[in-house]
Design a protein around this ligand. Sequence first.
Ligand SMILES: [Zn+2]
Length: 495
Amino acid sequence: MRLLATAVCIFSLSTVFAQGKSPLVFEKATALRYGATITPASTKAQLAVIAGEEMEGRETGTRGQKRAAAYILSQFREAGLQPGANGQWEQHYPLYRDSLETGIITTGGRTFHFGTDFYANVQETPNINMEAGVIFAGYGVVTPERNDYKGLDVKGKIVMVREGVPTGVLREKANPTEKAAVAAFRGATALLVVSKSANRFRLLDQEYLRRTDIYKSRDTSGRPGVYYITPVMAAAIMGRDSVQAEKGLLPVEAPQALQIRFEKKDLTLRPSNVLGYLEGTDKKDELVFITAHYDHLGIVDGKINYGADDDGSGTTAVIEMAKAFGKAAREGHRPRRSIVFMTVSGEEKGLLGSDYYTSNPVYPLAKTVVDLNIDMIGRIDPEHEHDPNYIYIIGDDKISSALRPLSENVNNNFTRFKLDYKFNDPNDPHQFYYRSDHYNFARHGIPVIFYFNGTHADYHQPTDTVEKINYDLLARRAQLVFYTAWQIAMTDTKL
Ligand SMILES: [Zn+2]
């Protein structure tokens, strides 16, 4: 489960209310025989490996994540699955992370340093090593009434501007990105914004400032870099004092050229989604997906974030279901539809693995009948301390009207949990519907169920460890998903 993003993209789906009954389409005793192979002991043994020391918290792009992938695919192989990604077990995808190696600006024998004298967004600022003259262009604003570039030729030059806008000009014109676009349109090669707040960056952790987080596409737009410089630095470039620089009382042209060196180490990571495939019989072209994310937060401030519940529990459930379905198939009980067991990475970085899969699907999305996604099913949240026989169900009624009655009937026949729909309310402030991998399937119109135990004090903490897991609940919740998948894989009509 990823953290709630500050800006949630609202995607509305019409809610269709379920109607009618959904009888079991398989022999209960047969299903029970295989469901019963998922036990507290077997889930405990799996999770001990997945959330163990060796995996180092499974952060996407690290060796811990790669070890986890290798382990999961070994379990899929043992379960009797076939490689699920065009003959491979893993679907690799690119992610990026950059760090600044050299960030200095020099003029007239003086050197200014990134983090102390100026700041630039490392992800958005291109690599550059250049020298050019500096032109001061006031606020750098162009409107029908005002043109700060009037009479200035900035082609091939570095433009320096004040931050903000003069009175009477729209606030939006203060946006540095817009100012950079205005400067670039006139041929400028970089933009310096004189900013008092550039002083505050020296108070922050310099390692952190120099490194980007993981992101999913590298900007190749060729936009000029934007550098936020202190008034003291602006004054030094322009040969004035800093009070004049703060007030924007600067000459049009700097006495000396400026050299900018902004050189990054661009890392490309190759994390993966792990896919195991179990071929169906008469409806094998249609796919039932069972998913969970195997990545977590990794090592933070020297401490391993084990992610036993988040989402070691879901990863365990997927592996255990793969083994149960694999055994059933070997003993003559192959599902009619094919089942894809997929553990994804990149979830904690913004659902990136499932985003990549659904944008680059191995199996046609039009033939993908459901995604049963599991993210945190090994714990009890504070609301259910006295009533632990529950599971939150999210998203089940949003795309197919047939899924909820099917899910409820399976639960009534087998696991008898209280299915809690509280977080399925689109107005719930937690917005869990948008916060795990099923969402990327739902975006493509594929019916989903998201299984979830709610958050707790150990959520996204190094204390989310294996000894706090309730293995009886974990095994039974995995069984609920198992029987639901079995029913969906065997039913006559597509959802
Ligand atoms: Zn999480």
